[in-house]
Design a binder for this molecule. Structure first.
Ligand code: HEC
Length: 137
């Protein structure tokens, strides 16, 4: 019986430590501290300042250190996350999570879409000009 209880206690401890380990991951911290304003890497207050690669790049944010710099010294509308709230290690975990998660090539896709739309309209315009030139009176 004692042995059984010991095993139960031990496995309980293991579950607990795994949970704590998980809670400390960049993803969990991001969900806790950032996702209310940055759901899915977006930005509910300033839609043009998301955490997606293309926006970050526009604002010169490329590395984890750049993101940590924003957490320590944010722009208007974002709370400051000083070291007593987020240790350097936690801040780094969040920054790395952001870089690896919101790195889609949406920017390129959007540009391709704009280009395709432009080419499409150019095609339409050409057809109109053609039919105008070829019109029979
Ligand atoms: C209360 C809402 C709020 C919370 C919480 C918040 N942010 Fe922000 N965040 C903003 C706003 C607003 C901006 C735009 C600030 C500006 O105008 O410079 C921003 C901008 C940023 C930017 C720059 C984005 C860009 O495209 O240049 C980064 C990086 C960022 N936040 C990271 C974080 C991280 C990491 C957390 C969590 C630790 C967090 N934010 C929590 C509101 C928030």
């Amino acid at each position: 019986m004692k042995k059984f209880l010991a095993i139960v206690a031990l496995s309980g401890f293991m579950v607990l430590s795994v949970t704590i380990g998980y809670a400390d991951s960049g993803e969990e911290l991001f969900k806790k501290r950032c996702s209310m304003c940055h759901p899915n890497g977006g930005n509910i207050i300033k839609p043009e300042m998301t955490l997606h690669k293309k926006h970050l790049a526009i604002h010169g944010i490329k590395t984890a250190d750049d993101i940590i710099r924003i957490m320590r010294n944010p722009g208007p509308g974002m709370p400051k996350f000083s070291e007593d709230i987020l240790s350097n290690e936690d801040a780094k975990g969040i920054a790395e999570y952001i870089l690896k998660t919101f790195n889609s090539h949406t920017g390129l896709q959007e540009q391709a879409g704009v280009y395709a739309n432009y080419v499409g309209r150019l095609g339409e315009a050409t057809t109109k000009v053609d039919s105008f030139m070829l019109r029979k009176e």
